[in-house]
Write a protein that binds this ligand. Structure first.
Ligand SMILES: Cc1cc2nc3c(=O)[nH]c(=O)nc-3n(C[C@H](O)[C@H](O)[C@H](O)COP(=O)(O)O)c2cc1C
Length: 147
């Protein structure tokens, strides 16, 4: 069974709500396993067919945990090439974090990314949650079409 990681960070719960809806979308196909987590060991990234990162923007930047994770992944030579990647997150006014993450996935790790990143201004409303489910569905369909 194909496995999808939905890795997220959230201080006030907005990106967390998005992550739950993305997971619902991934699971709607019924044949893909979705794991939602706040943390992942670098080595474990190898286990997933798709990696979806939920990152709120604080101080025009991505959460430091994700910077460390990407740096460790590169330093240890862990290949993410060809894995499906996507990024989403809540923001207030500038929303850089998901864009930065998608760039790293695409240009550093040569992942097959879903563009553009999905951004929610503060708390996601029903329309945004539907878009999150749609993103998850798109990822699982991409994986199923690969089989
Ligand atoms: C100290 C602080 C700094 C922030 N910096 C930014 C920023 O640089 N750009 C932006 O778009 N939003 C910024 N925000 C807004 C957050 O991204 C927004 O509140 C978001 O909904 C938080 O998501 P979360 O609930 O998943 O933590 C900031 C918020 C705080 C409290």
């Amino acid at each position: 069974m194909k496995k999808v990681l939905i890795l997220y960070y959230s201080r006030t719960g907005n990106t967390e709500k998005m992550a739950s809806a993305v997971a619902e979308g991934v699971q709607s196909s019924g044949s893909i396993e979705a794991e939602v987590s706040y943390h992942v060991e670098t080595e474990s990234l190898k286990l997933y067919d798709a990696i979806l990162v939920g990152a709120p923007t604080y101080h025009h930047d991505m959460p430091v945990d994700f910077k460390n994770l990407f740096e460790e992944t590169a330093v240890h030579g862990i290949s993410l090439k060809g894995k499906v990647g996507a990024a989403f997150g809540s923001y207030g006014w500038s929303g850089e974090a998901p864009k930065l993450i998608l760039e790293i996935m695409k240009y550093k790790f040569e992942m097959q990314v879903v563009e553009p990143p999905l951004l929610s201004k503060y708390a996601p409303d029903q329309n945004m949650l539907a878009s999150c489910r749609e993103l998850g569905k798109r990822v699982s369909e991409t994986l199923m079409n690969r089989a």
